[in-house]
Design a protein around this ligand. Sequence first.
Ligand code: BG6
Length: 495
Amino acid sequence: KKVQPTIFVIFGGTGDLNARKLTPALYHLFLDGQLPEQFAIIGTGRTPLSDEQFRTRLLDGINQFSRTGKADKKAWSDFAEHMVYQASDVQEATTYQQFSKRIKGYEKDWDTEANVIYYLAVAPEFFPVIAGNLAKSSLTADAERTRIVIEKPFGHDLESSRELNKLLGQIFTERQIYRIDHYLGKETVQNIMAFRFANALFEPLWNRNYIDHVQISVTEQLGVGERSGYYDGAGALRDMIQNHLLQLLCLVAMEPPVDFTADEVRNRKVDVLRAMRRFAPEDVRESAVRGQYGDGWMEGKQVPGYREEPGANPTSNTETFAAVKFFVDNWRWQGVPFYVRTGKRLHRSASIITVQFKDVPHCIFPAETAESWQQNRLIISIQPEMSIRLQVQAKRPGLDMMLNTVDMVFDYKGTYTSQAPEAYETLLLDTMLGDQTLFMRGDQVEAAWDLIMPILNSWQGRASQSFPNYSADSWGPEVAEALIARDGFHWFTLP
Ligand code: BG6
């Protein structure tokens, strides 16, 4: 499929997301030959800038954040010709008249109608006003040719996400709305579907008969840093679990879709969210734990605790770590715990999914043959290592019958020489091609909020007495270990 003539309007054009992710992604798509000749980017923001100043800013962004390093001079200048800047106030009707004029201008020059994508890389309080004004100025009336892309956070809770969906639904059809969850664009995350549904090998084992439990762990070394303004009103549950981790869980737990089309895949994913066991208020303590980091040393440097970060509230009760034990109440997964955890300022940055299989039904080897007897494990490592490992027992070479655990490994680095595209490259290309498979549908977002609301409510109503309860560079609070240790397991990490 090829991208049609396209105009990309980026609200928040002078912002961080554009500099770090959006423009570098569009630049790589350009280098990759994915963009048509008839392609334009209109950046917009409050700061007055000339086109040239805007381009220079974004070149700095590429030089700093591009996955291929500094931009090539010629390639950049060819690409930058497609970019213009318009200073604007999103509240003003004239802003939208100017867009309309520019869009018509391009269409006239190109002698064809263009697809127009409005990318809202702005704070969520601006979503309603921008969407409303786009509609008022009839800029999104053509449901086939115009699309809107929305970044998280998509709502702050169930009610606000419903309101936002309702508002967008009055202006756009669902086919026009692209809700980004950048985890879904990651190469290794997309591969979960390939791995599960293009191989016959795993499906017979992929259920409660053979799987003991699943762990989904997204740990980060980074602290909250300058983001307190946003983060303090969010916390780990909203920031990571409601979206990224639950999406990973859906990919592991979903039934096989009939085909690889957007609604079929998304139907199967929302089925999982709907089947997940709802927490009664009194269950929350048992199944969900939280933490907040204190200061500590990381890689030889002293780092502040969450409450001492710049601009942070010194008595904040916001969690920077959360772990939850979920269940999926359906035939495939009844009784199989899904443990998820995520946190900041942890010992290592790693996103891994561990599928722990059950033990052999009867062991024929004497106990002393295994140094450390382990059940089979499948470890899907999303980042930074990109790999899938199957841990099996094997005989150690030697005259005795001794067993140990070995890994069968598929490693991207060893298998492919080309670099994987960044999540945003995949996702931006999909918005231009009109493919919604890797985007969040409205009902998915609401189902995910619905699931976590009892935890949010319980935590909101009950200040934690023990914060900070883990120090920087640890693996999180003790309560998280206890949550999983009660069931006889421990959190798995790659060596
Ligand atoms: C974002 C969160 O959605 O994802 C951040 O707001 C988090 O707090 C980030 O650090 C993690 O993304 P990645 O791609 O670095 O794993």
